[in-house]
Design a protein around this ligand. Structure first.
Ligand code: IMP
Ligand code: MG
Length: 178
């Protein structure tokens, strides 16, 4: 693994692809055990979770379904600033055992908002799986039931995570070089 340059920044190797795969296999196995008597509906949060979701589902060898949601950020015309609307939700969530798939939980605000929104759809249960978690960056109390890696407050790139839209396709995870 080598350092890479994206736009104006340099990123150094952090988590190697085979280690990522190994952890995802572990999480898939754990979820499969925990959901032996229930069928989960996975809910991937776009864009960042697309590779995590794909690899997790490839390793989940029991009946399940997957759907995706996306936050549409736009600036409102009023002084309230940024508004987040959630796209892709529908009534089929009612009574389902949801497992949210996230690339990373940083401040936890995105996840918190998603959990609040999901409650109005009356799912039977909700759990969270995130490839990465920055415990020291949390600003709200959220529970990550299945976590790939706990990391420090560094800016990470690759395996779904982007810097200004670039780097999501990288198979390893990189860390911003200071
Ligand atoms: P939150 O702060 O937990 O709400 O995270 C919001 C979103 O910020 C995540 O879903 C990611 O898309 C993005 N994000 C947080 N930390 C990083 C990082 O280290 N690299 C790239 N994107 C990040
Ligand atoms: Mg994300």
């Amino acid at each position: 693994m080598q350092a890479i340059n994206i736009l104006d920044k340099t990123f150094e190797p952090f988590i190697e692809h085979t280690l990522i795969q190994h952890r995802i296999e572990g999480i898939a196995g754990q979820i499969q055990k925990d959901y032996a008597t229930r069928e989960p509906l996975f809910l991937g949060v776009l864009n960042g979770s697309f590779l995590f979701a794909a690899d997790l589902l490839k390793n989940y060898q029991a009946p399940c379904r997957i759907s995706f949601v996306k936050f549409a950020s736009y600036h409102g015309t009023q002084s309230s600033g940024e508004v987040n609307t959630l796209l892709g939700l529908n009534e089929e969530l009612r009574g389902q055992h949801l497992i949210i798939l996230e690339d990373i939980v940083d401040s936890g605000l995105t996840l918190h908002q998603l959990l609040l929104t999901l409650q109005s759809y009356q799912p039977a249960s909700v759990r969270v799986a995130s490839l990465l978690l920055k415990p020291k960056a949390l600003k709200v109390a959220v529970t990550v039931d299945y976590c790939g890696f706990e990391v420090e407050n560094d800016f990470l790139l690759g395996f779904g995570l982007d810097y200004n839209g670039y780097g999501r396709n990288l198979k390893h995870i990189y860390k911003l070089k200071n």
